[in-house]
Write a protein that binds this ligand. Structure first.
Ligand SMILES: NC(=O)C1=CN([C@@H]2O[C@H](COP(=O)(O)OP(=O)(O)OC[C@H]3O[C@@H](n4cnc5c(N)ncnc54)[C@H](O)[C@@H]3O)[C@@H](O)[C@H]2O)C=CC1
Ligand SMILES: CC(C)CC(=O)C(=O)O
Ligand SMILES: [Mg+2]
Length: 347
């Protein structure tokens, strides 16, 4: 069976880390006898420049017809302030694919403990999964934008909250059995709906899962103060975006952090959590691990190739343990030499 991957390198370091992920995917395809077919499409700023649209219809159709979608990153100063924004293409793609649950795991790999700003004594106990709602909330509400007044609407329906909460509770059952739901229910109406909907689902179907509510400001503190206390952290789109960048610091670098965005079918969208990193783009400095681990998540969640995913994750862990890495994690490798070190450990 040939698996079809829609491949969107995007902007900035996007093409650099995507190329790294593709080399590793090709290496694991060889060792695990997988047939992978990549169809590459224009997306983001690169698509604005060429086609006048961050999500051209050919790209959208190609993604909808694929078994999985892999993305590098989009955006950059070139398009800031323009009428068309690369980031709008990303939001539209997530909506079109119906990928409402964004899974962002955080742990501290062996060999990376010294990078933690926290002197975490028990680094191996830090292992949590942020489940971020991805197709609703503030990023998708109506906006008005003027010189003196601007407005961003935040809207959630009970159904949108319940379906992502279900993913979080189900994930907790396969992990350490705990969910912390994060909101701002002391202020926001959407957060009070969020809290009621998650409570109701917990009560009706998931009473075996240990469950708590944490206000988002307190969570920003607790994530740093006691990260080993958490298992699954469920939250809305905006809060999850912010908390996951914060969480990446625990692991050593945002360049290490992968994500999987899933909906009701098998097809998902897989991308590192970082952006296009214009400050380092084109210098061979980008850490490819977030993209490479996103490719592993793609194999596991959308392409029915869990053993190949394990092989990639083991190879990444091995390379980090050997002290290999780009400068963001204190290493001397380029993106390419780090990728080769990982490929050499694929079994
Ligand atoms: N999913 C996406 O495509 C996302 C796109 N963006 C866009 O990316 C552009 C830049 O945004 P920033 O706020 O600078 O966030 P960013 O995530 O691109 O960069 C933040 C910092 O992390 C570093 N960094 C990021 N990825 C790295 C990697 N692989 N290896 C080593 N260091 C890395 C950068 O050098 C920078 O210092 C903006 O246009 C933004 O809208 C931002 C976040 C996500
Ligand atoms: C550019 C945003 C739409 C995306 C983002 O920051 C993210 O999903 O982490
Ligand atoms: Mg983000």
């Amino acid at each position: 069976m040939t698996r079809k991957i829609a491949f969107l390198p995007g902007d900035g370091v996007g093409p650099e880390v995507s190329a790294a992920a593709r080399r590793v995917l090709d290496a694991v395809a060889e060792t695990h006898s997988l047939s992978l077919k990549y169809n590459e499409y224009l997306f983001g700023g690169a698509a604005i420049d060429t086609a006048g649209d961050p999500l051209p219809s050919e790209t959208k159709t190609g993604c909808l017809e694929a078994d999985a979608v892999f993305l590098g990153a989009v955006g950059g100063p070139k398009w800031d302030g323009g009428a068309l924004r690369p980031e709008k293409g990303l939001l539209d793609l997530r909506k079109a694919l119906g990928v409402y649950a964004n899974l962002r795991p955080t742990s501290i790999a062996a060999g990376m403990e010294h990078l933690s700003p926290l002197k975490i004594e028990r680094a191996k106990d830090v292992d949590f999964l942020i489940v971020r709602e991805l197709t609703g909330g503030m990023y998708f509400g109506d906006r008005t934008e003027g010189n003196d007044t601007a407005r961003d609407e935040c809207l959630y329906t009970r159904e949108e909250v319940s379906r992502v909460a279900r993913i979080a509770f189900e994930a907790a059952r396969k992990r350490k059995g705990k969910v912390a739901s994060v909101d701002k229910a002391n202020v926001l109406a959407t957060s009070r709906l969020w809290r009621n909907a998650v409570n109701d689902l917990h009560q009706a179907e998931f009473q075996d899962v240990e469950f708590s509510h944490v206000l988002v400001d307190a969570m920003a503190m607790k994530l740093i103060q006691a990260p080993a206390d958490f298992d699954v952290i469920l939250t809305e789109n905006l809060f999850g975006d912010i908390l996951s960048d914060e969480a990446s610091v625990l692991s050593g670098s945002i360049g290490l952090a992968p994500s999987a965005s899933l909906g009701d079918g098998a097809r998902g969208l897989f991308e590192p959590i970082h952006g296009s990193a214009p400050d380092i783009a084109g210098h061979g400095k980008a850490n490819p691990v977030g993209a490479i681990l996103s490719a592993a998540m793609m194999l596991r969640y959308s392409l029915d190739a869990g053993e190949a995913a394990d092989a990639i994750e083991n190879a990444v862990a091995g390379a980090l343990e050997q002290g290999r890495g780009t400068s963001d994690i204190g290493g001397e490798d380029t993106t390419a030499s780090f990728t080769e070190a990982i490929m050499a450990l694929i079994e």
